[in-house]
Design a protein around this ligand. Structure first.
Ligand code: FES
Length: 138
């Protein structure tokens, strides 16, 4: 391999590393197969003593439902899939709202669209905390 071939191959490898995270399907921009259908008959329980929900501002996705702990220690649960094209939304604790990392749709804490391109609201679910056991249900 001469110098020109080496540099050519290194250049291709470096370019591959620069591909945006969304193309690789990494967690912050995970597509949900264009499935924008909100889960129904939701009823599950999470232990909030450890993990993402143990601290204010944390959130996780479970069975298609995003569960968030606000900065005031209350809990929110909405359908995780953005109603635009199904990318999982993220919880933004500082604004107490939900943001889609794909095209920037925003939803308030009730799941109501506040910025497009999404036009339909997220579904909101009930939460009930008993000790460290958080029930999320329709
Ligand atoms: S998939 Fe969420 S804004 Fe497009």
């Amino acid at each position: 391999m001469d110098r020109k071939d080496f540099l050519s191959q290194v250049g291709i490898s470096a370019a591959a590393l620069l591909i945006p995270a969304c193309v690789g399907g990494l967690s912050s921009c995970t597509k949900a197969s264009n499935n924008t259908t909100a889960p129904t008959n939701v009823d599950f329980t999470l232990d909030i003593s450890t993990g993402s929900l143990s601290a204010n501002g944390g959130f996780l996705t479970h069975n298609g439902v995003l569960v968030a702990r606000t900065n005031t220690s209350t809990f929110l649960a909405v359908s995780a899939a953005c109603t635009h094209e199904g990318t999982n939304v993220n919880y933004v604790a500082s604004a107490n709202d939900f943001l889609c990392p794909n095209h920037g749709a925003m939803y308030d804490s009730n799941g109501t669209v506040t910025r497009g391109p999404a036009t339909q609201n997220l579904s909101k679910y009930n939460t009930s905390l008993t000790g460290t056991s958080l029930r999320v249900y329709s």
